[in-house]
Design a protein around this ligand. Sequence first.
Ligand code: ZN
Ligand code: ZN
Length: 409
Amino acid sequence: MNFEENLKKYAKLIVEIGVNIQKDQELMIRCPIEGAPFARELTQYAYEAGAKRVYIEYNDEELTRMTYSYASNETLSEYPSWIANGYNELAERGAAFISISAGNPDILKDVSPDKIAVFQKAAGKALETYKRYISNSDVTWCVVSIPTLDWSKKLFPHVDAEEGVRLLWEKIFEVTRIYEEDPVRAWQEHTEALAIKCEVLNNKKIQRLKYNAPGTDLTVELPKDHIWLGGGEYSTKGTYFVANMPTEEIFTMPYKYGVEGMLTSTKPLNYGGNLIEDFTLHFKKGKIVKCTAKKGEEMLKKLIETDEGACYLGEVAIVPHSSPVSASQTIFFNTLFDENASCHFAIGSSYPINIKDGATMDKETLESKGANTSIIHQDFMVGCKEMTIEATTESAETFYLIKDGEWAF
Ligand code: ZN
Ligand code: ZN
């Protein structure tokens, strides 16, 4: 199978299974400028599938870096409302959204964490309405990736640039099941398998999870009526879509005030072009009361200071240690991949869809049910092959979810 054919299979998969584009639907694609040829493939398939109109927003990380260097903190704190309004309008009209996540993990390493935090906070606030459409599944959306030159160099520093890009494409095709004879079918089977796992756990009515691993000793309570999701999900308009490709996780929300103990990260976290590595978080009544990191500690502290909800957890996700992404034995320095190689949590907002009737609840109601709300949602990885997760149900039954890093139920 040659590269061009695989590329077409990948684009088709994203349009058909990822956002599952519907007739006369609009589509917004966000893409790094290097990815223009791939954006054209996506656009072609979207129109063939009946899309009404496809819009593209290219981003250029060199320009982003320049903006950070030259713009004042005051300028960075003013997120352009015309951009936010555009997203709100599209979401309101039921558009689909494809985001291509493919940044150089070190692009902002010389920018002060303060500036990054100011911008991230402004963007989070300005895009709050749009993000709620996303986290509610009111629209269909999908995050995927393609190689870029600088990112490939970081992953494969010892080969020439072109070879690095080729190697990264291979990894991406591998973990998104493009090498399967029929990737669409493979994805249907895969999402079904994850849905079965969710169904089992939803029937169990888990009250609390106990995590154990080197550097991790943590108890996480789950709120009443929490819902496990994984693979794909239905939008509130009834379209089945897959929000991340790859995806290997099943996830739910923690009870905001029910996290106790400590955890240690097991993979680097790329936070907006800045790496945070080897960090430990300590929790009391759900709140992060202490954090240390061997690298990027200042950025981590800024991240959890973003708003009130940023120092609480919003997502609990289970991934077996032998997932295809993990089996690829690559640290991608990109959360889309790394979170699917490892059990993880997210700092910040929970997904309203992870609690019964959550999509129709306002912020206050969600909080009253024990769901965390924040303008940020940042996944980070804690899983490893030594991890055990033991569950206790409402009826005091105990069982292992994960033992020695693998599924145990
Ligand atoms: Zn996740
Ligand atoms: Zn997440």
